[in-house]
Design a binder for this molecule. Structure first.
Ligand code: ASP
Length: 463
């Protein structure tokens, strides 16, 4: 007999079926033994009757989380027994046989609840069990639907999905890099990308014009509730665009995505309001304002754009650094000022941030596509000509090789999914997240490596 998925049982009423899955719960009422069976598509209540002696006996041995193959007859429940709240609440399978495919140790915690009552350490240590719970199955599946929606939509719009390297070079994006020692070049290191920023700009120089990637990014920062050492961005770059073109594309995509995949949500205002950095600071005291008119409504989505950020801010040591992205372009009215290094604190950048319910879910800008302007930004940051050439020579060369005007954006995908699923933190929407302290409790990472590996890499650990 061919396997039937539990989600397809409605089409099989009156028929004999074979189903496979995990024992969700077993309720032994003596004469009647009930098994709730679960597979990737849902749950079904099954019952073993004493009249099918063999099946009745084998079912008594089953325990939670055992993996089984069962055959049975799909019956309609009598009207009184129908449970309208359940997916298969009008059905029940009369068990004809039960085969154990694998036994399971007693799970360290309940996987049938929403899991909020269980300590996170334990949930993360046994993540493969934790992921069995319905809430997480739903989150990870919605995440997939969101990514699929983005891929299809952007592909239809002529975007090309291009992978960029994970082993790369330090980029000055404001955070600390994760580094990987190079075995063949002792004393030299790759860095994991904080974002594919430079590569996506180089793809514009290469003439792709519309690029996207569901990109993994790595930043070695102290983790917080909504941060992870590695996270996922929807990364986009486009050529021959103005700021408005990128913003309109993103706004349209977000609205369509919410309407299709989170129809229970209401978007407070369309088009999304645009707030200048100055107004946001004056009115809300923060550059990612939560403008919801009703904070008790979990289904309200208040998107807004924040624009006109200062390009530079003072460093602790009295120099200047960029507020967002060194590759950004100043607003057209301030380009001269940048070239003359005049009143640096007043220069505004083309940066636009997209904010949702007080979370910055993305940001981007139009870039400096002329090498002189990018060089000027580095000069302002106090980099010597030598260092600019050493670190960014490739970018300056590329911009000098016929770079089109271009700009882009990146969304934090984890945060967006977190808001759409009403979860309290991004660890609930990532299959295998790290703890708040950056540890993977299941794999026990970070971990020591063999002394042979250290030797090959030319490394010594300082105790
Ligand atoms: N690379 C930027 C970031 O990760 C986003 C962008 O400007 O496209 O924040």
């Amino acid at each position: 007999m061919e396997r039937t998925y539990i989600g397809k049982l409605k089409e099989k009423v009156g028929e004999e079926v074979m189903i496979c899955g995990w024992v969700d719960v077993r309720r032994d009422h003596g004469k009647l033994v009930f098994i709730d069976l679960r597979d990737a598509t849902g749950k079904i209540q099954m019952v073993a009757l004493p009249s099918h002696k063999e099946a009745h006996e084998s079912v008594q041995k089953l325990r939670s989380e055992w993996v089984v193959e069962m055959t049975g007859k799909v019956n309609k429940r009598p009207e009184k027994m129908i449970n309208h709240k359940e997916q298969n609440g009008e059905l029940e399978i009369e068990i004809l046989s039960a085969t154990v495919l694998n036994e399971a140790t007693t799970p360290p915690f309940d996987v049938t609840s929403d899991g909020m009552e269980i300590g996170e350490e334990s949930r993360l240590k046994y993540r493969y069990l934790d992921l069995r719970r319905q809430r997480l199955q739903k989150n990870i599946r919605l995440r997939h639907e969101i990514i699929r929606f983005i891929r299809n939509n952007l592909s239809d719009e002529g975007f090309v999905e291009i992978e960029t390297p994970i082993l790369t070079k330090s980029t000055p994006e404001g955070a600390r890099d994760y580094v990987v020692p190079a075995r063949l070049y002792h004393g030299k290191f790759y860095a994991l990308p904080q974002s594919p920023q430079q590569y996506k700009q180089l793809l514009m120089v290469a003439g792709f014009e519309k690029y996207f990637q569901i990109a993994r990014c790595f930043r070695d920062e102290d983790t917080r509730g909504d941060r992870q050492p590695e996270f996922t961005q929807l990364d986009i770059e486009m050529s021959f665009v103005r700021k408005e073109d990128v913003m309109n594309l993103i706004e349209g995509l977000l609205i369509k995505l919410v309407e299709k995949l989170a129809p229970e949500k209401r978007i407070q205002q369309k088009p999304f309001p645009k707030i200048t950095y100055k107004d946001a600071m004056e009115k809300y005291g923060i550059d990612r304002p939560d403008i919801r008119e009703d904070r008790n409504n979990p289904n309200l989505l208040a998107f807004c754009w924040v624009v006109d950020f200062p390009f530079f801010e003072k460093t602790d040591t009295g120099g200047w650094t960029f507020t967002h992205n060194p590759f950004s372009r100043a607003i057209p009215e301030h380009e001269d000022q940048l070239m003359k290094k005049d009143n640096l604190g007043d220069i505004l950048t083309t940066q636009y941030d997209i904010v949702l319910n007080g979370f910055e879910i993305g940001g981007g800008s139009i870039r400096n596509h002329r090498p002189e302007a990018l060089e000027k930004v580095f000069e302002i940051m106090g980099f010597e000509t030598d260092r600019i050439k050493r670190n960014f020579g490739h970018m300056l060369d590329a911009l000098g090789a016929g770079a089109p005007p271009h700009g882009g954006i990146a969304w934090g995908l984890d945060r967006l999914v977190t808001v759409l699923t009403n979860e309290p933190n991004i660890r609930e929407v990532i299959a295998f997240p790290k703890t708040g302290e950056g540890r993977d409790l299941m794999m026990e990472s970070p971990s020591q490596i063999e002394s042979k590996q250290l030797k090959e890499l030319g490394l010594k650990v300082v105790e």
